[in-house]
Design a protein around this ligand. Sequence first.
Ligand code: NCD
Length: 312
Amino acid sequence: MSALSWHHFIDIESLSSDTIQQLLEKAKTYINTENMSIQPNHECLHKVVCLAFFEPSTRTRMTFELAAKHLGATTIAFDAGSSAIKKGETLKDTVETLLAMGVHALVVRDKQEGLPIEMAAQAGDRACIINAGDGCRAHPSQALLDMMTIQHYKNTFDNLSIAICGDIQHSRVARSQILALQKLGVKDIRCVAPAGFLPKDKNDAVASAGVNMETDPTVGLKDADVIITLRTQKERMQEIDCPDDQQFFKEYGLTQARLSLAKPDAIVMHPGPMNRGIEISGEVADGPQSVILPQIRFGIALRMAIFSHCLG
Ligand code: NCD
């Protein structure tokens, strides 16, 4: 078995379209969409899942934890602040320590791009590494829960127009979403943002992915079926590159007026955390077209499918 075999969950690039479809189908079996209740079972009984988050997180960490618990797994949380890393232990040795404890899956989030790839190479087939976000590079579980949400509300990916708005340049979510949408056959993907927030680097998968880059929101939002808004990720940029929040809201914030440019049945998504009055108005976030809270519930089902795929 190669070091990066199927049982690690690292990025969208390493998943085939078929695997993505299978994960979406599997995820549907864990949720009753009539009342949005999660359907627990014991597929992962006696499996140990360790959550190692080296960056802040609310929904990703807690929904991974809930997903593991709904499948009967035991969960442990790695607290970097009170761990032996503080005493000079290397991350490699920490991973070996966790493997020695019998951890079967290590869910990792870190600001270092590529860290889950390194960890997967180290762990080999001893445990599976699940990427919960590495730097600006990839956030594959968020992308797939977003695909699940889109599929639920729009039934099909055929002929959809999808606008991703805001700080795309620093967004691992947008990178993974764009790759997933392309694997599912979506042709009309628009990145809508000021020039400074659009990916430019030719080595960036998104910059060369053939998506529309649009600086004018009235053009970018026109007749969209799905609008995905993103937070300005100040922690990933120099202060000088950060636009003024009020000015950004005035020019790009998703207000009711801008939303009315999209199709009347367009849905509004956001991976969270949301900054009301910057990338989105409170009225839109709480409005009838917003599916931001259901996205979170779909995230539990989708993460259950990932555990089932990796550990089952
Ligand atoms: C995102 C992340 O951490 O990449 N949030 C999330 O996982 N739900 C987006 C963000 O931080 O803005």
